[in-house]
Design a protein around this ligand. Structure first.
Ligand code: FAD
Length: 465
């Protein structure tokens, strides 16, 4: 593992008899290709200590609901079984992640944290840092990059303008950071506390009081095995057609975003699987452009923009200027969030995209762009549009609340994009219309597929949204 993945945040200044190494697992909810875990095991083996992997399970994660928690819990149950098999102690504590860890710090020699980029993830890590700094001088604290292929701070020291400014930098670092990763075997398998078993999602979620307004997805299930099932099927039959993956009716995408969001699979592992496949280099590059360049551009955006989720800070000066110039343009249609959720707009393609979102927890990338652009067109102000898009995005998508969520939405307001010919409502921001859909794709086939989802899912009867 390249040493630049690892940051030694605090050096131990006092020796004290320690009982274990502690890994704060939060973003990287997996065993395979988990650099933070690999480093924590190496530390445990160096000191001949056992390893405790700690996960703080909060019911208060912002904007999270049953759909997200179920997907995460499915992954955690699989992970708990894996750790048990490997002789690693896994502790799920029902508390805020930065609070539940405190009792474990007392007897820890080293604490290893994985990395997450959203505000709350960074705040948790800052709080743990402060707690160790003030009260636990015996601890060596490390953070290990396990989410981006290239550590965000190494690629660039600023918010980048777009894919065209970051692509070269990312590729320059790639040879150093793209090695495969084998997880070392833990030597000391002593269990510190009594073993717990996490048998079902219901059991795992029972102790926390979560928002249950949105049901779990019937179509997508969490966990590394599921992620591997999807990516294997994708590589064997869909990747070869990836250049047509913009077509929403063709279902040629990987569905990896939700697994990546919960860290249930590593983008580096996906990278290797794609690199080792038999498709042409051109097709591999097209997929890696999304998985690597676009995804890590999103990490750059949320890392360097402290207000990445506030309308006033998400886009570029030319985009704000054009919005000011067009803020009073007449709107032919305006709709409320409730109209969207109940598929009540005049646009069947938009309604179909909403059906995909509401019923499955996913939406095709092209339809995400179209969907958000329509909400901009039909809202009374740009800020209102932003708030509705963000809210729907983070409520319904399993992959919502991610760096890619904020970046994808910001892109619809001109971020990382260029100025286009001026037009009504959008000004110079890129516009999308339904004739693009009908001209390029068999979009009625997409509509038909989404109607099928609707017919096979009982949703509105069960829940109130
Ligand atoms: C308005 C809007 C909202 C979005 N909200 C989210 C969100 O909440 N969560 C989320 O993960 N993504 C979001 N995206 C980005 C993108 O649409 C999804 O990542 C993608 O559709 C996921 O499907 P997939 O994994 O099957 O994609 P594939 O085409 O199979 O791509 C593989 C991987 O590449 C990355 N990728 C693909 N497209 C993009 C993109 N446009 N930008 C950055 N990375 C990309 C993802 O990690 C994805 O899993 C949004 C985009 C827009 C325009």
């Amino acid at each position: 593992m390249d040493s630049d993945r690892i940051k030694h945040l605090l050096k131990s200044s006092q020796s004290k008899k320690a009982e274990y190494i502690l890994y704060f697992l939060q973003q990287a909810q997996r065993y395979e290709y988990n650099h933070a875990l690999a480093f924590a095991i190496e530390e445990a083996n160096n000191y001949n200590l056992p390893l405790i992997v700690y996960f703080g399970f909060t019911g208060n994660y912002p904007e999270a609901n049953l759909r997200h928690y179920t997907f995460m819990a499915e992954g955690l149950i699989e992970l708990a079984n894996k750790f048990e098999l490997k002789g690693i102690h896994f502790e799920i504590i029902y508390d805020e992640p930065d609070k539940g860890i405190i009792p474990f710090l007392e007897k820890a020699k080293t604490v290893v944290m994985d990395i997450g980029y959203t505000k709350i993830q960074r705040q948790w890590r800052k709080n743990i840092y402060q707690e160790i700094l003030l009260n636990h001088p015996q601890i060596d604290l490390y953070s290990v990059e396990s989410d981006s292929i290239i550590p965000v701070v190494l690629v660039s020291d600023k918010e980048e303008y777009g894919a065209y400014t970051i692509r070269r930098k990312l590729y320059d670092f790639l040879p150093r950071f793209s090695s495969t990763l084998l997880i070392p075997t833990i030597q000391n398998k002593t269990m510190i506390f009594q073993k717990r078993h996490y048998d079902s999602v219901e059991e795992l979620l029972k102790p926390i009081n979560i928002n249950k307004s949105i049901p779990a997805s019937f179509y997508y299930h969490g966990g590394y095995t599921e992620a591997k099932k999807w990516i294997t099927a994708f590589i064997s039959s869909k990747l070869i057609h990836y250049e047509q993956s913009n077509d929403p009716s063709k279902d040629l995408t990987s569905k990896m975003s939700m697994y990546l969001h919960f860290g249930q699979i590593s983008s580096l592992e996906i990278y290797h699987l794609v690199k080792n496949s038999s498709v042409s280099e051109k097709i591999k590059d097209a997929f890696i452009e999304q998985l690597f360049v676009r995804r890590e551009l999103a990490h750059n955006f949320v890392f360097y923009n402290p207000n990445y989720d506030e309308f006033e800070s998400i886009t570029t000066p030319w985009a704000y200027l054009t919005m000011i110039n067009h803020q009073n343009d007449i709107k032919e249609y305006t709709y409320s969030k409730n109209d969207y959720i109940h598929f009540k707009t005049h646009d069947i393609y938009f309604n179909s995209a909403m059906k995909e979102m509401v019923y499955t927890g996913y939406m095709h990338n092209y339809m995400r762009m179209y969907w958000a652009k329509k909400i901009i067109e039909w809202s009374t102000s740009y800020k209102e549009a932003y708030e509705i898009i963000k809210d729907l995005n983070n409520t319904f998508f399993i992959d919502g609340r991610d760096a890619l969520s904020y970046t994808g939405i910001a892109w619809c307001f001109g971020k990382h994009d260029r100025a286009w010919a001026e037009r009504n409502i959008f000004g110079k921001i890129r516009y999308m219309n339904s004739s693009g859909l009908t001209r390029k794709f068999d979009i009625l086939e997409y509509v038909r597929q989404m109607n099928l989802f609707e017919q096979t899912t009982t949703y509105h009867n069960e829940t109130s949204v």
